[in-house]
Design a binder for this molecule. Structure first.
Ligand code: ADP
Ligand code: TZD
Ligand code: MG
Length: 560
């Protein structure tokens, strides 16, 4: 008798991913997933091997954010899994869809704590930080496990999902046909969630009675990929809007209705604020502290019902997906002349011009050494001619100045630490963005931020990715120490030549001491399309402690 054709966990995992349109894996190899990665490559999937799981996991989640298909990160058990967990928590906090798949050790040894190789109860360890955490205990359940992970990652509010696959299951064989039939092609990853007609009417009533309405666009709006509908609603209504950092570019930053350069004024004076995929968290002072004045009634468009009233009362909650919600609000919105709104927009535009003028004066200065402002102005001007570039921006001052100075013109092309203030996203996000978009990436990073993931320079050189890392090197976290003094808690080494690090891997290093250097180097690096580092020497005293959130930093009243 012929022996039956067999398949095994290795093949079933990859088949389940491929069946669901997942063709890329980010990870770090080792027991028990090494052969899984080899097989993935053999079967035509893209595998990007990193130097640390955190960075692989950051790459996966930003791929998920950009494509709405969950990014997949794969790690070994125990420490490799835990290395990925900070990034997985970051995905959940930021509502990015991703799946972390880790191999795990022998269940019967783990559960009796008998000391297996890389022993850890990973499924339970992941639970507090994941939107969902599952374990597959039999090869015939791999299909269900992957399908459930996809649903959990993408439906409703997206997030990070953990999928635990013990080594024994990865290696286990089963009948090939039964295995094939056990796989599931997910029909609808993120079902539309239509808001109730009542909720839409309530929002429209509030809006039409407003005198000074304001829209705040968050990264939930960017994620929803309802770009045209959002733009049309804003333009048809004439309402001024503010983009949260990763919503920049949803409408171009130089749009006539952009209120970003009059942010405090517009929030403080608005009588109705419509939040579109933005939470009232610390980034919006919880809707309570300055610039909020208690003047505004709120409309909130969000897919998560539990988000409503989380900080202050929401007068018109609209629970649904943004594509559906915006379509209904847009359809119900009465288009007519509203002189009051025009006047309001004009006042904002006037404030904005004044602020822009003031900022232009600062930006035009050429101090030596460079400041954040002068260096970023040079970066801004080069990027204005390269609007397909994805910008990853992180650090403290580097982030705060970068958010204000670097203009975005296209949706979802600005990526940063966002909700959690996480340092270390720089290189992972860059790899994720480069690999899913095929476009050049310019990562504008603080020297401390870069250090969290700097070894991935080797990764970008190995895969020859078009990533240019611009390091704003002020010799420290927020500020640098005086030359020659003992290292302080915030100081980093003076005169560090980050440009030389990438040369070790065959990439191109540039050392920039003035804005002409920055301009020339960035132009060349983007044109070459090869991995590069531009080490920009910034005045160590140019930054402020904690950047723009000094108010969150406790200070002892007892020490001088
Ligand atoms: P930002 O940091 O830009 O202000 P947040 O991360 O705070 O944005 O808020 C994003 C919000 O968008 C979350 O509350 C999330 O539930 C919501 N969201 C994500 N995707 C969608 C979607 N497709 N439709 C509606 N809301 C969404
Ligand atoms: N660790 C992690 C994971 N996240 C953090 N946010 C911090 C530590 C604390 N931290 C910040 O909040 S910003 C920052 C750290 C270490 C680095 C700031 O230095 P930088 O930027 O060089 O990146 P600037 O331009 O010097 O301000
Ligand atoms: Mg720094």
């Amino acid at each position: 008798m012929d022996s039956p054709e067999l398949t095994d966990g290795f093949h079933l995992i990859l088949d389940a991913l491929k069946l669901n349109g997942i063709d890329t894996i980010y990870g770090v190899a080792g027991i028990p997933v090494t052969d899984l990665m080899r097989l993935a490559v053999q079967e035509g999937m893209r595998y990007y091997g990193f130097r640390h799981e955190s960075n692989a996991c950051f790459a996966a989640q930003i791929a998920g954010y950009l494509t709405q298909v969950p990014g997949v990160c794969m790690t070994v058990s125990g420490p490799g899994f835990l290395n990925g967990m900070v990034a997985m928590a970051n995905a959940t906090t930021n509502c990015f869809p991703m799946i972390l798949i880790s191999g795990s050790s022998e269940r019967h040894i783990i559960d009796l704590e008998q000391g297996d190789y890389e022993e850890l109860d990973q499924m339970h360890a992941a639970k507090p930080y994941a939107k969902a955490s599952y374990r597959v205990n039999r090869p015939e359940d791999i299909g269900v496990g992957v399908a459930r992970a996809i649903h959990a990652a993408c439906s409703g509010r997206p997030g990070g999902v953990y999928l635990d696959i013990p080594a024994a299951v990865i290696g286990a064989a089963m009948d090939q046909e039964a295995g094939r039939q056990s796989l599931i092609k997910v029909i609808d990853r993120a079902p539309a969630q239509i808001p109730s007609p009542d909720s839409v009417k309530r929002a429209l009533d509030l809006l039409s009675n407003a005198k000074r309405p304001l829209v705040i666009l968050g990264k939930g709006a960017a994620y929803a990929q309802a770009d045209q509908a959002i733009r049309r609603f804003i333009e048809d209504s004439g309402i001024p809007y503010l983009p949260m950092s990763m919503a920049k570019g949803l409408l171009p930053d130089d749009h006539a209705q952009c209120a970003a350069a009059a942010r405090s004024y517009s929030i403080g004076e608005a009588d109705v604020v419509m939040l579109v995929g933005a939470r009232l968290n610390w980034l919006l002072a919880h809707g309570k502290a300055r610039p909020w004045t208690g003047n505004a009634q709120l409309i909130q468009l969000d897919i998560a019902a539990t988000e409503m009233d989380s900080n202050i009362p929401i007068a018109a909650p609209v629970v649904g997906d943004i594509r559906s919600s915006i379509a209904l609000i847009s359809a119900g919105f009465e288009r007519k002349e509203r002189p009051e709104w025009k006047q309001w927009m004009a006042t904002i535009a006037e404030k904005r011009s004044k602020n822009v003028e003031r900022m232009a004066k600062t930006l035009a200065q050429e101090p030596s050494p460079m400041t954040f402002s002068s260096c970023l102005r040079a970066v801004r001007d080069v990027l204005a001619d390269h609007r397909d570039v994805y910008v990853v921006n992180n650090g403290a001052n580097t982030l705060d100045f970068g958010r204000n100075i670097l203009n975005m013109y296209e949706p979802r092309q600005r990526l940063d630490c966002a909700t959690w203030g996480t340092m270390g996203i720089g290189m992972g996000f860059s790899v994720g963005a480069a690999t899913v978009s095929g476009k050049p990436v310019v990562a504008v990073l603080g020297d401390s931020e870069f250090g969290f993931s700097g070894m991935e320079l080797e990764t970008i050189c190995r895969f020859r990715l078009p990533i240019v890392v611009v390091i704003l090197n002020n010799s420290g976290i927020y500020q640098g120490d005086d030359p020659g003094s003992a290292p302080s808690p915030t100081g980093l080494i003076h005169g560090a030549r980050y440009d030389r690090l990438i040369e070790a891997f065959g990439g191109v290093g540039y050392h920039a001491t003035d804005t002409t250097d920055v301009t020339e180097a960035l132009k060349r690096a983007i044109r070459d399309g090869k991995p590069a580092v531009i080490n920009c020497v910034i005045d160590p005293k140019a930054g402020t402690e904690s950047g723009h959130i000094t108010n969150l930093n406790p200070k002892s009243s007892l020490t001088p």
